[in-house]
Design a protein around this ligand. Structure first.
Ligand code: MSP
Length: 478
């Protein structure tokens, strides 16, 4: 059983240069599932998400469609929030890094702490900046002169800017990871970052001269030098504490920091090296855990417009509904590996496990309950199976939901074996008792499903309480 400490969990803040795709929906959905589980266990929670707005890629995307970047931002952010509402994402706060009240004071205060620690210095720098990564890349990373991930040529930059003394934290960081004080899950990612640290951490460029095409209001000014804006990753990472009021009113910060960050494997180094080093420099506690998930592919390939295999979460939501999508993402993708999704597989799984499996079970049980039980009931909160809670404690989301579906299957088998529809006719007392017990077990399944498929969970619990067979939960798709 988990302890009752307040629980703080964050998603990465997303780049609002385009609408969110299924990969982003994945990060957010598994984050939501983890938070909902903690709430179910009675823990107080705080769930943060948001958008990473002070970026060149956003300015480029806005100018490309002839829009004012600030208006463009508002439009895209409203599509993020629209998608989250449809996905049932139960966040407490949506932080925007252009928010001068919520974000900037804390980001600047953190910067000032780094200065006070002697960790910021000025340097003439020459490098290759990839706007796709919002980071400098090296000559040897290039393929035919282009960034291999984004297929675009990096910009050659020669400028004076501020640097952060990341190298200073190499040993300390290694210790914190090795001792488990700063956990990185899964083990493979922990090892990956340890060998990265072993190869030696280099200082990072932490600011950029303010660009002429940036509107006022974009880019957090470097304290004491407004000709420079903070490097976007320095600004973005600080959201995890500025959102809690660091640098303003500390109530949430004191209550909830440190917490857990959920992120994809592509942004591990920023979270496992730069961010903890910034916190150590400012003498603040490190996050307890980084939970690093893999990538979603389609038909075994990275989703790309050229390949034509991009899946828009909105399409699946419109066709199958929120819980079908949440079910697929939480059960059929192992969070620690890359996972695949195709429309064909989605439909197959939907029909087999939701329409025929769970949906059919609920209909069978509730028909019996409606016909033979006198009234609905409100069962006591059950102890959840150890396999379920243990899987959650280890962040093994797909194993936790597997466990619930093992119970679905067992209950199905129990009905087949005990034939309550026959028993209730030959021995009404024993039959009713059996139907009552089965309904009770269905209620517990309903409770355990809450973190994954909250709407279905609610329908099941309400059906049991009101003793009414609900309308078909998952209609079969032909
Ligand atoms: N803005 C930065 C994060 C800053 S956090 C201080 C960023 N944004 S992002 O929009 O590009 O990506 C956000 C998250 O989506 C990352 O965790 C990334 O790993 C995840 N995903 C993007 N594509 C993905 C898949 N195809 N599959 C799974 N997750 C993927 O990085």
């Amino acid at each position: 059983m988990s302890d009752k400490k307040p629980f703080y969990l964050t998603t990465p803040i997303f780049y609002p240069n385009a609408k969110l795709h299924l990969g982003h929906a994945y990060t957010t959905t598994i984050s939501d599932t983890l938070v909902r589980y903690r709430r179910l266990m009675g823990q107080e929670t705080y769930f943060l998400t948001g958008s990473d707005e002070n970026t060149q890629k956003m300015v480029d995307a806005a100018l490309k469609v002839g829009k004012d970047p600030i208006a463009f931002l508002d439009e895209i952010v409203s599509t993020f929030k629209g998608l989250y509402a449809e996905l049932g994402i139960s966040y407490d706060q949506f932080i925007r890094t252009t928010d001068h009240q919520a974000h900037w004071p804390g980001a600047q205060m953190l910067w000032t702490k780094l200065v006070e620690a002697g960790d910021i210095y000025k340097k003439e720098y020459e490098g290759l900046y990839c706007v796709g990564h919002e980071a400098f890349i090296t000559e040897k990373d290039l393929v035919d002169g282009n960034c291999p991930d984004h297929g675009t040529a990096p910009e050659k930059i020669k400028e004076e800017n501020y640097f952060f003394r990341l190298s200073k934290y190499t040993e300390l960081l290694k210790e914190k990871i090795e001792s488990g004080e700063f956990k990185i899950v899964p083990e493979t990612r922990r090892n990956e970052i340890l060998s990265f640290i072993d190869s030696g951490l280099e200082d990072v460029s932490f600011s950029r001269p303010r660009k002429a095409d940036w509107p006022p209001g974009l880019g957090v000014p470097v304290p004491g030098d407004s000709s420079q804006v903070m490097y976007v990753w320095c600004d973005a990472l600080s959201n995890y504490i500025t959102a809690l009021g660091y640098g303003r009113d500390d109530d949430l910060y004191k209550k909830f920091w440190p917490g857990i960050h959920v992120l994809g494997k592509d942004i591990l180094r920023f979270h496992a090296a730069i961010w903890p080093a910034m916190l150590m420099s400012a003498k603040l506690p490190l996050p307890t855990t980084l939970l690093v998930h893999g990538f979603i592919t389609s038909g075994g390939k990275k989703m790309s417009k050229t390949l034509g295999n991009v899946i828009d979460p909105e399409d699946l939501l419109a066709e199958y509904g929120v819980d079908a999508l949440r079910y697929y993402l939480t059960r059929h993708i192992n969070p620690f590996e890359d996972g695949d999704i195709t429309r064909e597989h989605f439909k197959e799984i939907y029909n087999a496990n939701l329409a025929n499996g769970l949906g059919n079970l609920v209909a069978r049980i509730m028909k019996l309950a409606e016909d033979y039980l006198e009234a609905g009931m409100r069962p006591e909160t059950a102890e959840f199976p150890k396999n379920y809670t243990d899987a959650f404690e280890r962040f093994e989301i797909s194993h936790a939901i597997d466990e619930v579906f093992r119970h679905v299957q067992q209950l199905d088998q129990k009905i087949t074996a005990t034939e309550p529809f026959k028993l209730v006719k030959s021995d009404p007392e024993a039959g009713k008792k059996l139907i009552f017990d089965i309904t009770q077990e269905l209620y517990v399944i309903g409770q355990m499903l809450e973190p994954f498929i909250p709407e279905t969970s609610k329908k099941i619990k309400e059906a049991v309480i009101s003793n009414k067979k609900p309308a078909t939960i998952f209609p079969r798709k032909e």
